[in-house]
Design a protein around this ligand. Sequence first.
Ligand code: 3EB
Length: 344
Amino acid sequence: MGIKTAHMPFSHIEQQAQSWKDNVLGAICFCEPLSDNNIAEVAEFPTIQLHAPILDGADFSSEIWLSKPVLPQCKSLRSGLHSAIQYRFNDELLFGVICVPELNSLQSATESAYNQIFALMEEQDYPYIYRFWNYMADINGVDNGLERYRQFNVGRKDAFSACDAKIANQLPAACALGLADGPLTIAFLLGRQRPVAIENPRQINAYEYPEEYGPRTPSFSRATLLHSDQDALLFISGTASIVGHVTQHPLDVLAQTRETLVNLEAVIAEANRMIGKSKFNLHDIYFRVYIRHVADLSLVRDEMQRYIGGTIRAVFVQADICRQDLLLEIEATAGHTLALSSTS
Ligand code: 3EB
């Protein structure tokens, strides 16, 4: 696939060798809000720095996407700027980041961010979206008469709808989380190979949610899968305690954790069905766990540990989930070699 991830604390990134940095497409980094003064600039590649309390797994708190040169003569990465987007790319992949301040509303900031991303896709000819990571302040707050997550959905959907069908019909994997403050911050991964969109048979597809969740439906699928004869890469969207379209077990974080894990297993089973092999599982996977209430950390972590067993690779951060009654959300990424052993 020509791409892999590495995970490490934010402070370790700048200490890496130049030859390693040369292969970095971009990074998604969680940093403690209070340690701002020792935050280095990582201007060499597109990076989003998200200020959220890291509750556990700080060793995995930054996710770095690296291109995996398959051939020695593989061309090095190139960088670019497009409107407010900073991006880095090779012939296969493009990783970009954008931060948009809310001048009028979160809705218009979102529409503007997505319009810029879609314009870049057209301009640079990366027709497929693999993954969006969305972060915004006060996600459950209400302003301009609408909950902010719902405004985000309106802005995103309107930008999608205004596009050419080949973009408008895509449903990439995504997550949408609330942080204490900061501008709307989006990272994205694009490519030239068509991904497979995966849905969860236990859940109503998000783009078909009923109107009670807002005037526009969320534009995402439960996962995207990229695969060839050699390898497969799975991006699992933010996954929560939702069955059908209804939040399950409000106020019960333990039961929400279990329901979320069952949903993750259902998505993984769909991915395995697509590749015709039982390659993906809850063990060989990287998790990012968003927890609404800091005090719930040990309940969530211990239940994941009990359910999955072995050593889990996960970072736990405090963030707000897009529905008031959701206490956690888990996203995951996994890569496998289909020919021989499994690696990420
Ligand atoms: C859900 O299943 C929970 O709006 O991009 C998960 C992943 C959720 C992505 C998004 C929202 C998004 O509806 C919330």
